[in-house]
Design a protein around this ligand. Structure first.
Ligand code: ATP
Length: 283
């Protein structure tokens, strides 16, 4: 089948930091592809390169076979490439209803919005609340709903399941499955090849230090972890104790980079110190 969106041998750098090297990826209509990788592996950059938010220094991006490498993000959005960043990309001072309104095509009969409101009751219950005052998980629901409402041909979702309750996560997965059946190509990132992601995606791609690898080869985020192992969640919770927000994780990446050590080592050191301090308290 013809490729809908493809990235061909792309390199992307932020100043001296190389984030992607020779990365190729194809998406067909209706296909759901999972991209997995540890913190800093390049998942966000891959999404941003497809969305037109960063320019590759080498390689190309194609939509329906046409070269769109130099097309800015807003033009790509008009062509149906919809990007839902990890932070949601919402307008925090606008209400839930207003955020949805901006995504809905003017000629829409509202059918799609009503369907989404049935799936996510929050969209009705909190319609007058500002998006910025929603919890992280609620913002994520609104962001995914908004992405679905904007009639995408390609939906790029950066860690949309992070922090969602199992029930809400299942609803998001049901929505994505429906969109896939309607022909939308979906790229969804997660740190690990979780059971949910395996159930949802027809195919998984791994990223490690900006290179494409097999999904089973993604670098473990913490020493002692085994990729794909069922113990990952338990080890992480025990060692760090707190789930990290996206902002925390960015800060850790910056600190690790400044110290010239891998982010996994920095987290392991912090976790070690945290555990020792707790141990002292308990003695
Ligand atoms: P996460 O799961 O934390 O979002 P990721 O897999 O999405 O990680 P990216 O955010 O794409 O990874 O980052 C890839 C590399 O590029 C990392 O080394 C990161 O520190 C670096 N990087 C990302 N954004 C910037 C930026 N704006 N300036 C400098 N370096 C950056």
């Amino acid at each position: 089948m013809a490729q809908l969106l493809s990235l061909e041998r792309c390199d992307v750098s932020y100043g001296p930091v190389r984030a992607l090297t020779g990365v190729s990826l194809d998406l067909q209509p209706g296909e759901i592809v999972g991209v997995v990788g540890a913190l800093g592996a390049g998942k966000t950059t891959l999404m941003r390169a497809l969305a037109g938010l960063v320019q590759p220094s080498h390689g190309s991006v194609r939509l329906d076979g046409e070269d769109i490498t130099r097309l800015p993000w807003d033009a790509r959005a008009r062509l149906g490439i919809v990007h839902v960043p990890a932070g949601g990309g919402l307008f925090p001072t606008l209400t839930v209803a207003e955020n949805l309104m901006l995504a809905e095509a003017p000629q829409s009969n509202g059918e799609r919005r009503v369907r989404l409101e049935h799936m996510f009751p929050l969209l009705v219950e909190r319609r007058r609340q500002t998006a910025g005052s929603l919890s992280g998980g609620e913002q994520r629901q609104l962001a995914v709903a908004r992405g679905a409402l904007s009639r995408p041909r390609v939906l790029l979702l950066d860690e949309p399941l992070l922090g969602l309750s199992p029930v809400t996560g299942a609803t998001v997965m049901r929505l994505l499955t429906q969109l896939g059946r309607e022909g939308v190509a979906i790229l969804i990132s997660e740190e690990r090849p979780t059971d949910d992601l395996r159930a949802l995606a027809g195919r998984l791609v791994g990223l490690r230090a900006g290179h494409v690898v097999g999904a089973a080869e993604v670098m473990p985020a913490f020493p002692g972890q085994v990729a794909g192992g069922g113990d990952l969640e338990r080890v992480e919770v025990e060692m760090v104790g707190l789930p990290l927000s996206t902002r925390d994780r960015r800060a850790l990446q910056t600190i690790a980079q400044a110290r010239g050590i891998p982010v996994g080592r920095l987290i392991a050191e912090l976790a070690h110190r945290h555990t020792e301090e707790n141990a002292e308290e308990w003695e």
